[in-house]
Design a protein around this ligand. Structure first.
Ligand code: FAD
Length: 496
């Protein structure tokens, strides 16, 4: 037996899940988890809601908690500085060398920042960056948010007490998750005064277990590293995202534009240009009398002043530290390419979570998105693949890669996304069926040749499981036509 340990890099959800599975598979082997962060992220209260949908809590824990759960896991808190794949070893920041038999890289991703290094541009990734954001927000009168993914959506909805200018490059909000119809359904919720008490959140919770406020504070300070784990669902729950003005929630959306330039106050003064006041309904925008610390010029020619800018324009996989001297195949999105066994292009090195790019021919109803659930699934499956390879056993691609399923919450609505929910890759050969009750629910189904390919379910629709089955079994639904979304027909019974 190879006496070198099995090594996992990264204490996020992918790395921790992978290490735990390896420890369970090989109770008598040493599993090393190398991580840049003092705290690790653990999945708790895991619930399989249906064949493809899952729900779990995420707890930030001290590494000793993981070690006490698995006697054969040792957590080493030191960032990997260099991978020497030829020698099967890693060198960490503190100068130690660690050999491995098999290695799984789960180093996550970091925010793709517009104008990185500009003190007025913030990204949101880990606990530390959220604290920085809160500090800026507490003094702010106006914030500009750039980006149209999940983080931007949540921020725009949650921020209170200041004006928000939201610049998106698409025609409609939430383009990563929705189409224009769903966006239209959600917009009234966004622009309404956001004073209602939030509905108790039913999905993944982000909690810190069993620590006093001071302990948490100390650990967060210690965590001040650019290699922190990504936050996850409900990262804003319990956080005060409040600015200076009481009861104010005003959002102005600038569509089909990007930031062209950012000016500091002095630069802007010299420019002799005029910035715009916060738009007031349909009236023409007026010039702004206020002096701001920073100004954004959009590609549509408009200039707004603000206190700071949040760049929520996606993430880049954390691969730079592993590249030099190693010949990894890298995908177009910058991730480490992995095959159906989660193997990278280098022998005995696997990857999982945000750092990797699934580079196999996907099932017709799955796509990779850098999400919490996929990080867990990939970490778990990578461990199974490593174990199968060590034992010389065959392994088939796991069922979790059969159907894309994501359960989340936007603007206080439950949101379920299934399969090709945005007709991704279907070209023009598809039909959409819609059912919408303003303020209550939005149901969109993507059909191709009479078969259901994907769905967006917003609100408490109770259609999740039935639609999941219809996508999986690819039943010909042509005969049902519009009845499929008829609210007077209990389709759960229909397809029972
Ligand atoms: P990470 O959690 O980023 O962990 C990477 C780990 O690697 C960290 O522990 C880091 O310290 C370590 N590391 C990095 N480099 C090194 C190195 N050189 N040496 C040693 N260790 C290293 N997903 C959802 O599904 N739903 C959501 O609502 C949602 N909201 C989000 C909100 C925010 C603000 C953010 C930032 C992300 C959100 N996500 C959400 C995405 C989700 O959090 C990520 O997809 C997921 O956490 C990725 O997990 P991971 O383990 O791959 O990476």
């Amino acid at each position: 037996m190879d006496l070198r340990p099995l090594v996992v890099v990264g204490g996020g959800i992918a790395g921790v899940t992978c290490a735990e599975q390896l420890a369970l598979h090989f109770p008598s082997r040493r599993v090393l988890l190398l991580t840049a962060c003092p705290l690790i992220k653990a999945v708790t209260n895991f619930k399989q809601l249906s064949k493809a949908m899952e729900e779990f809590d995420v707890e930030e824990q001290a590494s000793s908690v993981l070690e006490s759960r698995h006697a054969n896991i040792q957590v080493i808190q030191s960032a990997v500085r260099q991978l020497e794949s030829g020698e099967h070893r890693l060198c960490t920041e503190d100068g130690e060398l660690y050999s491995y038999e098999k290695l799984c890289i789960c180093a996550g991703a970091r925010p793709k920042l517009i104008l990185a290094g500009n003190p007025y541009v913030l990204g949101i990734r880990d606990t530390d960056s959220v604290q920085e954001f809160q500090k800026h927000l507490s003094k702010a009168k106006r914030v500009a948010i750039v980006g149209n993914g999940g983080i931007a959506l949540e921020l725009v909805y949650e921020i209170e007490g200041c004006e928000v200018i939201w610049a998106i490059k698409d025609k409609a909000i939430g383009n990563t998750f929705f189409d224009a119809g769903a966006a239209e359904f959600l917009v009234p919720q966004l622009t309404a005064e956001n004073s209602q008490a939030p509905i108790a959140c039913k999905r993944t919770k982000y909690t810190t277990e069993g620590k006093s406020g001071n302990e948490q504070e100390e650990e967060r300070e210690a965590e001040a590293t650019e290699l922190g784990s990504a936050l996850g669902p409900d990262w804003h729950a319990g956080l005060k995202l409040k600015a200076t003005k009481e009861f104010l929630h005003r959002v102005h959306i600038e569509t089909t534009c990007e930031i062209k330039k950012i000016y500091l106050q002095e630069e802007f003064k010299q420019l002799g240009e005029i910035s715009l006041a916060f738009p007031d309904g349909d009236k023409d925008a007026k010039s702004d009398a206020e002096i701001w610390p920073v100004y954004i010029e959009l590609t549509n020619g408009k200039i707004y002043g603000c206190d700071f800018i949040v760049s929520a324009t996606g993430v880049v996989p954390n691969i730079h530290l592993f590249l030099s001297g190693n010949n990894f195949a890298i995908a177009e999105d910058g991730g480490l390419k992995v095959d159906t066994h989660m193997c990278t292009s280098i022998p005995d090195i696997y990857a999982a979570g945000d750092v990797c790019t699934a580079s196999w021919e996907y099932s017709p109803h799955w796509q990779q998105m850098r999400l919490w659930t996929q990080a867990r699934q990939m970490g778990w499956y990578a461990a199974k693949c490593m174990a199968a390879d060590i034992c010389g056993e065959p392994i088939e691609l796991d069922f979790c890669f059969e159907l894309f399923a994501h359960v989340t919450k936007f603007f206080n609505y439950k949101v379920v996304l299934l399969g090709k929910f945005n007709a991704q890759g279907l070209g023009l050969n598809h039909d959409l069926m819609l059912r919408c009750t303003k303020g209550h629910e939005y149901v969109k189904v993507v059909m191709q040749n009479g078969r259901m390919m994907g769905a967006v379910l917003i609100g408490e629709t109770d259609l999740d499981e039935t639609f999941e089955n219809l996508i999986l079994n690819q039943m010909d639904l042509s005969a049902y036509g519009e009845d499929l979304l008829d609210p007077n027909i209990d389709i759960e019974d229909y397809f029972d």
